[in-house]
Ligand binder design. Structure first.
Ligand SMILES: [Zn+2]
Length: 701
């Protein structure tokens, strides 16, 4: 037996509860499959959760760490045909990494670069409200918001970005949304996080003013009251913004978030600020922004609200809020001693030790990933993703697509005409596997070098952070000048994740997730289909969840279902909502908090459909020699091992506070629920484990 297979057997067996034989898998399959894993894994102080996924991420980071710590290795990319560019790319990446690692140099500039940004902003929007050159209040506010966006990397009062127009997927347009807030909306009604946040603002403000770390120079008694008073005003203002911000389940719903308006209409609803002028300042030359220009308003109520917010807020508060947004955006580029108040706040929010700091190299690998992700990706795939991996990945995905399409024919709640388009939609789904191969191709050093040519990297950490922001911002807004880039990936290849993108109708699987224990050519097929296959099915089913199903076979957002199909689909979604509303977690004071069935609906539909499709796809393949039983697991049938592999991919230990945060704002249900929910919705699972109830609780796909 292949060594990888033996390791996998050990991993799977060790993950099972030691007393699994006395646990009913039909009641708590997560406990059954994961209690052993939970007993043998613990968080690092800087982690709020540890999971099979996070362990894989760590393994990948270890590989990247070794590469970045070492000298240039020959043949860094696949082809090795362009050594000169390859060396250059590696050096650029290494400079980002080394500069990030030199904490003494970062410490030596103190808070000076952030102070400089704040001084520049003060000249644009002075606190005392004296208008220069007879500028009106409106002109000054407009200049401030524009500068914050363009130079400060801050979305203040409203957010703006670019993306495919859901009704015309090849067209890129501007999308406007509510202002970003530091915390998830619900936290603005909770006393403890609000208190911690207020403290962080007061202390960070003091650090910036005094230019000394808070631990060396705590707030003097005579300044305490005024700093806290200022912090309280900022928090109150954010609280007001949060109260006018859509709930996360609204934002995720295209019916709520797709509203095409002309800028004239928007301008009329916010007379206190010229949104046209702000957008003109950001948009690239050659892209006309005028009153006729149509944009998307991702929050249909926000702009009326925005006017009320501005009118009811003093200039002093707006100024202080803007200043704070700059501090909270750039504090991460300061030495850890200076950013301590913010780090403590963030740690407390997710239940970590307040003073926990990730090892520097981990932070710096994230930094390289965020700055030169395609170069890092090229190096990663060269070591950890083979042609064979790609072929097997393609096969699993194709199998899952095939059974999904076949299953459509059997659905009694869908009309024939809807089935026909749905089948076309499955055929049309583009799957991207491994890494980006165009603009740039991660295997081609010259393309990579050209792609990042305008990103100038120095040996100053703060300057690199600013350069990265500017580079990404320019790319985002330059998109307006071209049709939608269908070759682009929204994740880098070392990422352990996957996604579905509705207007492009694509499913995307970075090489990071196509690794042991989810996927490997040497593993039994039930493991590959239970692990990676169910992820493939999950992403595919997103095309048919409560949101994805509103996009047709070409990725266009339009009504393509008849009435009776829609009604029956919505009836069944109620089943999912009720089912997941029943799951609870423990709140901060020991109270029960329910999972939000509405917020997590799309993910739960995708989990159920993905698991069903993966199982059926595997059954079609089930060739004895590719599905050997594993040492120590001979008691299980292969059908059972398929589901054990699935559950194993969700094994996780999470801190109470982090779990609460997930339930409040994340569409993904807690990981134990992501095992217990989908298996209850799987007739195949209930058969495999001979459960008393054979019918699934809820089923759509
Ligand atoms: Zn998902």
């Amino acid at each position: 037996m292949a060594p990888k297979c033996q390791d996998f057997a050990k991993h799977l067996k060790g993950s099972l509860a030691t007393n699994y034989e006395s646990i009913d898998p039909c009641v708590d399959f997560d406990k059954y499959s994961c209690d052993g894993w939970k007993a043998t894994h613990d968080y690092r102080p800087d982690q709020s959760r540890v999971s099979v996924t996070s362990v894989l991420s760590d393994n990948i980071r270890d590989v990247l760490h070794a590469i970045l710590d070492g000298p240039y290795a020959e043949n860094t990319t696949f082809t090795g045909s362009d050594r000169e560019s390859d060396v250059k790319n590696f050096q650029k990446m290494k400079t980002v990494y080394d500069t990030c690692m030199k904490e003494d140099a970062i410490k030596s500039y103190g808070v000076a670069p952030l102070r400089k940004i704040l001084d520049q902003f003060e000249a644009i929007y002075p606190v005392n409200g004296t208008t220069k050159n007879n500028a009106t209040q409106k002109e000054e506010l407009t200049d401030a918001v524009s500068w914050l966006k363009k130079v400060g990397s801050v979305s203040a009062l409203f957010s703006s970005s670019t993306g495919a127009d859901d009704m015309n997927p090849d067209t890129v347009f501007i999308s406007l949304g509510a202002s970003e807030t530091e915390m998830e909306k619900k936290y603005y009604t909770m006393p403890i996080p609000l208190r911690n946040y207020t403290r962080a603002i007061a202390e960070m403000t003091h650090v910036i003013q005094s230019a000394k770390p808070i631990d060396e120079y705590p707030i003097p008694a005579n300044e305490n009251a005024s700093l806290y008073e200022k912090a309280k005003r900022i928090v109150d203002f954010e609280q007001l913004i949060a109260s006018k911000t859509p709930d996360p389940e609204q934002s995720a719903d295209v019916k709520y978030s797709y509203n095409v308006k002309t800028l004239r209409e928007i301008e009329a609803s916010v007379p206190e600020l010229s949104i046209i002028k702000v957008l003109q300042d950001i948009a690239p030359p050659g892209y006309t922004v005028d009153a006729q220009r149509t944009v998307n308003v991702a929050d249909r109520n926000f702009y009326g609200n925005l006017s009320t917010i501005i009118k009811s807020t003093s200039r002093q508060t707006l100024h202080d809020y803007f200043e704070w947004r700059l501090i909270s955006t750039w504090d991460g580029a300061l030495h850890k001693n200076y950013s301590a108040p913010m780090r403590r706040f963030n740690n407390r929010l997710v239940g970590r030790d307040p003073d926990a700091v990730a090892e520097r190299w981990r932070t710096c690998i994230s930094e390289v990933d965020g700055t030169l992700g395609h170069i890092l990706g090229g190096v990663f795939i060269q070591r950890m993703f083979s042609k064979k991996d790609k072929e097997l990945g393609d096969q699993v995905i194709q199998d899952v697509k095939n059974v999904f399409a076949e299953n459509l024919k059997t659905l009694d709640w869908m009309s024939d005409s809807a089935k026909e388009i749905a089948a076309k939609k499955v055929v049309n789904i583009i799957s991207k596997v491994g890494f980006q191969t165009k603009n740039p191709d991660e295997q081609k050093p010259q393309e990579l070098s050209d792609y990042y040519a305008n990103l100038s990297i120095t040996t100053n950490y703060f300057d690199n952070a600013r350069a990265r922001f500017e580079f990404n911002q320019n790319k985002t807004w330059a998109d307006l000048l071209k049709p939608t880039d269908r070759d682009r990936w929204e994740m880098t290849s070392p990422t352990v994740n996957a996604y579905y993108n509705p207007p492009i109708n694509e499913i995307v699987f970075p090489a990071g997730i196509m690794q042991i224990p989810f996927f490997n050519g040497e593993l039994p097929e039930y493991a590959n289909y239970g692990g990676f296959g169910s992820t493939a099915g999950h992403e595919l089913t997103h095309g048919f969840d409560d949101n994805g199903s509103k996009y047709d076979d070409t990725g266009r957002y339009r009504e393509w279902w008849d009435n009776s199909t829609t009604v029956r689909f919505e009836n069944e979604t109620q089943c999912f909502i009720k089912q997941y509303d029943q799951f609870t977690i423990e709140g901060l004071e020991g109270e029960k908090v329910h999972v939000n069935g509405k917020l997590s609906l799309g993910e739960n539909i995708a989990d159920a459909g993905g698991l069903n499709a993966a199982f059926r796809a595997w059954k079609k393949r089930d060739i004895a020699k590719l599905n050997p039983s594993l040492p120590g697991l001979e008691k299980f049938t292969n059908d059972q091992l398929f589901f054990v592999s699935y559950a194993n991919s969700w094994c996780e230990k999470i801190r109470k506070e982090a779990l609460l945060r997930q339930v409040l704002g994340d569409p993904h249900a807690p990981s134990d629920t992501r095992t217990n929910g989908p298996v209850a919705n799987s007739p195949d699972f209930r058969k495999a484990f001979n459960c008393p109830v054979k019918q699934p609780t809820c089923i759509l796909w």
